[in-house]
Design a protein around this ligand. Structure first.
Ligand SMILES: [Mg+2]
Length: 171
């Protein structure tokens, strides 16, 4: 069993025991304390040092984001859903998939930098719209409103209880 980047071993651990910290080097502050502005600044400095602003217009960045998402999808192409679940648990594909996710995030952050768009606000506003578009009462457990509930025919396990708004961190 290979040690993780943090030096800890995965041996004997179930996926349920995985923590967000497992992929994080010991000296990295991690998602819990890194802000979106921190990440925007990291990407901005990288671009500025290379004088790449001339290439970073909204069209090029949106296309680059789409290309990186395709590279992310390539890791799952031809896999069954079960094989895809397994791939994200195994150290090597997990690390490669994480790199593609980072590429996607870097371009998304660069696009937000160029547009001077506040991503946190954009996400919160969009989630409010989504909550109206997909009310819990008609959307819970179904991919599209109006579809039959797959839990009724036993095709998938019941969903966990939906947390109340006061139980969700950051709200
Ligand atoms: Mg890539």
């Amino acid at each position: 069993m290979k040690p993780t980047r943090t030096g800890r071993s995965d041996e004997g651990r179930s996926d349920e025991g995985r923590s967000h910290d497992d992929d994080r080097p010991k000296d990295d502050p991690g998602d819990g304390t890194t802000t979106v502005d921190d990440l925007k600044g990291l990407v901005e400095r990288f671009v500025a040092e290379r004088e790449w602003h001339v290439f970073h217009n909204p069209k090029n960045l949106a296309m680059s984001l789409a290309i990186e998402t395709a590279e992310l999808m390539e890791h799952f192409q031809w896999l069954t859903p079960e094989q895809a679940e397994q791939a994200v648990r195994e150290p090597s594909p997990r690390a490669e998939i994480g790199e593609e996710m980072a590429d996607c995030l870097a371009y998304l952050l660069s696009l937000a930098n160029v547009m001077k768009l506040d991503l946190s606000s954009a996400l919160r506003e969009k989630m409010l719209k989504n909550a109206v578009k997909y009310p819990v009462a008609t959307s819970r457990g179904v991919a599209r409103p109006g579809d039959p509930d797959p839990r009724r025919d036993g095709k998938c396990p019941p969903l966990p209880r939906t947390p109340r708004p006061d139980e969700v961190s950051g709200s």
